[in-house]
Ligand binder design. Structure first.
Ligand SMILES: Cc1cc2nc3c(=O)[nH]c(=O)nc-3n(C[C@H](O)[C@H](O)[C@H](O)COP(=O)(O)O)c2cc1C
Length: 730
């Protein structure tokens, strides 16, 4: 819901608000320029001093004003003509006629009313309201993404567009909130929606004596020039007329003969609020704030642009479901938990089959679960599992949200997973348990589909149909992922002597058959995944990338698994052979930005992405690599390249452990335990830990690291949640 409010309307509004935002940004620079241009007001000068200097030059002076832009002006009538002059506050000398620049006037009008009078002013007010809504919903979305309001300052991870949108939005939100709230207040004033300032001017009687020289009047001597707003002079022809002196405190009426204060009308609370609001909106008298507000406004077009990219990506990633009835009128709701989108394909087949059987079906992502979904009589959940039995992207918030919502529909849960993972369909199991615990009746027991098996899916459909009292034929045709050909350019084989063959394979894009020009690889970073389809199979296998596209090569480390279809295929490949592959981004497994140390830990083929991170470290950030193999003589992957990286300072230290070396066996976790004080110091300095390799190794590393970080008052779940402990484990 929040995302829907923030998404498309946000993009449209951000683009429409660009005029207001850009003009606001331009105007925000003005207070700083004015401050630089306006002559400084000496602290000791009083209003009386300056008034005397001006009156000496212009006997017909009527008003002296210290304007919001910092300039001091005097208005006077001379020879029947009215003039306004800018005054040097230090000497009272004239600096020439005062005029607001035409450009500033134009930009101000564009900002306030799109040059269209009241209608434009109303549009600007609506824009301010929209900006307020976008700022609040944006901060709420970011908090949700980062793990709660307390986590709002954590680094934003994800694709470049996600990072820009999140980081910039977070910086700009405070300024935009302030600008929109104060803008709304000012608009309310313009349209007479605020209460009128109360208080009437008290009746005063002037002494009627002969006017004293203005420089001698006690009240004017007591007020510093820098506190002045406006001083109105009495009409020389009227002996009963008085001075009016306006400051932030209020308005004083001053006797022209005695210099005494005849009356003081203090500024009302509303006037003070209006003053404060104007200052907070314009940055006048607060130029640093002005610049901050300007930067926040300048971010609006960028936020609109990156928002558009994110929205288009999300739209493209979510398959279209034909005939999706609104949730409120559906008798069957299908909720989908997916990361790679294949589960949406199954959901589409189920949706179409149920619709054809006469049901009113609504399909949505599990993250979007709402009370309307749970009010439907029937809820079908199709959920994939990722990581170590964790929720996929589109279901991350499902369980937390479910717990807050009412409703007990009849349910059926179908898990999608892969039996080769130790936690087969664990997330779907957790969902089924949560629904069971809240008392939802089961339509059919929870089932699990291994590796997108169309047969298992069809069987579940038959069971579901039987429970619903009609036939349900689910004929799912897997849509193969869009692949590209890659040509094997080189291979190095390790570990055969110790019974654990690992190949480093380097691929290139095929060259143009006509011109022979080298082909272009798609964009990817070390740590992303490449999906490879072994011949005759529709199920891709994923490998972590050890290079980035900038290296001009796509590199993976592949351990030969007994009976493994894809690893056997890859190990048998000869240079020049072609494979079908596609890239899957894995932004969660990347070094965080900055210069904080990196601790890279891996074993066996897990060194692939870690070597890629080291290779990319041209800036010489401190990087410490812990890696375990079997034998230094047989499977020391990247041995020579790592030695070179050490010499070039891309790698700071390298600790290796070999489990089958004749001079004593050791594992990577032993090296971690032995280095505990050094690692603790690195973590204290803010180091990020990246672990890649097999599950057993990762678990042993976790056990070895817990006592390292505990004395710092930290634990691995905390480091994990802040992105300082990330794993790529298989
Ligand atoms: C990086 C990765 C991790 C995975 N982890 C698990 C897991 O822990 N348990 C499991 O049963 N399946 C796991 N799988 C398999 C997916 O759940 C399965 O391929 C599913 O069909 C993907 O659905 P989706 O394309 O809709 O995201 C994993 C797949 C990948 C690529």
């Amino acid at each position: 819901m929040l995302r829907r409010l923030h998404g498309l309307p946000g993009i449209v509004l951000a683009l429409a608000l660009t005029v207001t935002a850009v003009t606001g940004a331009v105007l925000s620079v003005q207070p700083a320029l004015d401050r630089a241009a306006a002559p400084a007001i000496p602290a000791a000068t009083s209003v009386a001093d300056l008034a005397a200097q001006v009156a000496a030059r212009h006997p017909g002076v009527s008003v002296i004003r210290l304007r919001a832009d910092g300039s001091l002006t005097a208005a006077f009538d001379e020879d029947g003509a009215r003039g306004v002059e800018q005054i040097d506050p230090a000497t009272g000398a004239g600096l020439g006629p005062y005029a607001v620049s035409e450009t500033t006037r134009f930009i101000t009008n564009l900002h306030r009313s799109f040059l269209s009078g009241d209608a434009g002013r109303a549009a600007a007010a609506i824009g301010a309201l929209a900006m307020l809504g976008l700022s609040v919903s944006g901060v709420a979305l970011l908090a949700r993404r980062l793990g709660g309001a307390g986590a709002l300052l954590r680094p934003v991870r994800g694709t470049p567009a996600q990072r820009w949108h999140g980081e910039l939005g977070r910086l700009a939100a405070l300024g935009l909130l302030l600008s929109s709230l104060t803008g709304l207040w000012m608009s309310a004033g313009t349209f007479g929606l605020l209460p009128e300032a109360q208080g009437t001017s008290p009746a005063v009687t002037a002494s009627g004596g002969a006017p004293a020289p203005v420089g001698t009047l006690a009240t004017l001597k007591a007020v510093k020039l820098q506190d002045l707003r406006e001083l109105s002079f009495p009409d020389p022809a009227d002996p009963a007329d008085v001075f009016t002196l306006a400051t932030a405190e209020g308005e004083r009426v001053v006797d022209a003969a005695t210099g005494a204060t005849l009356a003081l009308k203090p500024a009302t609370a509303l006037e003070r609020v209006n003053d404060l609001v104007r200052m907070l909106h314009t940055g006048r008298r607060a130029w640093v704030l002005g610049l901050f507000l300007g930067l926040a406004s300048a971010a609006v077009p960028v936020l609109g642009g990156t928002g558009l990219v994110l929205w288009l990506r999300r739209r493209a990633a979510r398959p279209r479901i034909a005939a999706n009835v609104p949730a409120r009128s559906a008798d069957t709701v299908i909720l989908v938990g997916s990361e790679g989108n294949s589960t949406w394909g199954f959901a589409g087949t189920l949706h179409a089959a149920l619709t054809a059987a006469g049901h009113k079906v609504h399909t949505a992502a599990m993250n979007d679960v709402s009370s309307a979904h749970l009010a439907a009589p029937r809820l079908l959940v199709l959920a994939a599992t990722y990581g170590e039995g964790a929720a996929p992207q589109s279901a991350r918030h499902f369980l937390a949200r479910l717990a807050r919502l009412p409703g007990r529909p009849a349910v059926a849960v179908l898990g999608f997973g892969d039996r080769s993972f130790p936690h087969f369909c664990r997330f779907a199991r957790a969902v089924a348990d949560a629904l069971d615990a809240r008392g939802c009746p089961q339509i059919v027991p929870m089932k699990r589909v291994d590796r997108r098996s169309a047969q298992e899916f069809a069987q579940w459909g038959r069971d579901l149909g039987a429970a619903l009292g009609h036939d349900l034929v689910l004929a799912y045709m897997a849509e193969p992922p869009k692949t590209m050909p890659l040509v094997l350019a080189g291979r190095e084989l390790y570990g055969e002597a110790v019974g654990a063959p690992v190949a480093i394979l380097r691929f290139q894009a095929p060259s143009d058959p006509r011109t022979g020009a080298p082909g272009r690889l798609p964009a990817f970073e070390a740590g992303d995944l490449v999906g490879i389809l072994p011949p005759g199979d529709v199920m891709p296998r994923f490998y972590s990338l050890g290079s980035s596209a900038r290296d001009g090569i796509l590199e993976i480390c592949v351990r030969l698994r007994e009976g493994g279809l894809c690893s056997s295929f890859l190990h048998a490949l000869q240079p020049g052979a072609t494979i079908d592959a596609f890239i899957r981004e894995n932004p969660a497994f990347r070094p965080a930005k900055g210069r904080a140390p990196l601790i890279l830990i891996g074993a066996g083929a897990g060194i692939g992405p870690l070597a890629g991170f080291v290779r990319a470290n041209a800036a010489g950030r401190p990087v410490h690599l812990y890696w375990g193999g079997r034998s230094a003589a047989s499977d020391f992957l990247y041995e020579h390249e790592l030695a070179q990286h050490l010499a070039e300072r891309r790698l700071t230290t390298l600790r290796t452990a070999f489990s089958r070396d004749p001079d004593g066996s050791a594992y990577v976790q032993d090296r971690i335990a032995a280095d505990a004080p050094r690692l603790r110091e690195l973590v204290r300095q803010g180091a990020q830990i990246l672990v890649c390799g097999g599950r057993d190794m990762a678990e042993a590393v976790t056990r070895a690291l817990e006592p390292v970080v505990r004395p710092l008052g930290l634990d691995l779940p905390t480091l994990k949640s802040s992105g300082r402990y990330v794993e790529d484990v298989y």
